[in-house]
Write a protein that binds this ligand. Structure first.
Ligand SMILES: [Zn+2]
Length: 228
């Protein structure tokens, strides 16, 4: 069983193996943000926490975020992510489109969808206006940021970070799926700095093996970027 940790009155983080997902509870319904890496019963876990209906949203469709998807009737997802979702062999549930700037109202708790392509084509972040928190998936975190292989796009990633900077006065903390739980909003600037240094070839990289392939690892204080 993954560890369930209550963050505040109506927010929970579920610590799966090397992957973290969240449950946001409103007055009328609850939103499960991703469904785990090895946890097949994410829906059950959520339903033990709240009696309200639970809906699922995937920040993106990499395998370590969709393990418990099967139990749901649909998964909210950005349409640009469908190709990544289906290429992994996932058939159920069928996704439901969410769009940039869309508001999901959980009942006295508005969650804004922010499209942040780059790590994957349809990655999204969620702005929890009530708690001034940005839930960032894999894109904004202080662990290893995977930017090698199909679907990754560094140009889009940098533009997405620049886009998030425009929201910086609306959140104080970042809740990521990997790395340290609870990061300051200023991590955005550190990641942007790092990406600019990679762009300008101002940093060295080392070649390492990840998932049986050679990738270039760029190490910064803030995070490590893994590129082709
Ligand atoms: Zn991930």
């Amino acid at each position: 069983m993954p560890e369930v940790v209550q963050i505040n009155k109506d927010t929970y983080r579920i610590e799966d193996v090397k992957s973290r997902f969240y449950l946001l509870v409103g007055d009328e319904r609850a939103l499960l943000v991703d469904s785990g890496r090895t946890t097949m019963n994410a829906k059950e876990i959520a339903e033990q926490i709240t009696k309200l209906p639970v809906v699922l949203l995937n920040t993106h469709a990499d395998f370590d975020h969709i393990a418990g998807n099967d139990a749901f009737s649909t998964a909210y997802m950005h349409p640009s992510e469908y190709v990544n979702y289906f290429v992994g062999g996932q058939k159920h549930p069928k996704p439901t489109a969410i769009w940039d700037k869309q508001i999901l109202d959980l009942g006295n708790r508005e969650i804004e969808v922010i499209s942040i392509p780059g790590h994957t084509p349809g990655s999204v972040a969620l702005l929890d206006k009530k708690y001034r928190v940005l839930i960032s998936g894999d894109s904004i975190q202080n662990g290893r940021i995977y930017m090698f292989g199909v679907f990754r796009n560094m140009v889009a990633y940098k533009q997405s970070l620049q886009k998030i900077v425009k929201y910086i006065d609306q959140f104080d903390y970042v809740y990521a799926a990997h790395g340290t739980f609870n990061l300051p909003s200023t991590i955005i600037y550190d990641l942007l700095d790092a990406v600019e240094k990679i762009d300008k070839q101002e940093v060295d990289c080392e070649e390492i093996i990840v998932d049986n392939q050679v990738v270039k690892q760029y190490s910064f204080d803030v995070a490590k970027f893994l590129l082709d």
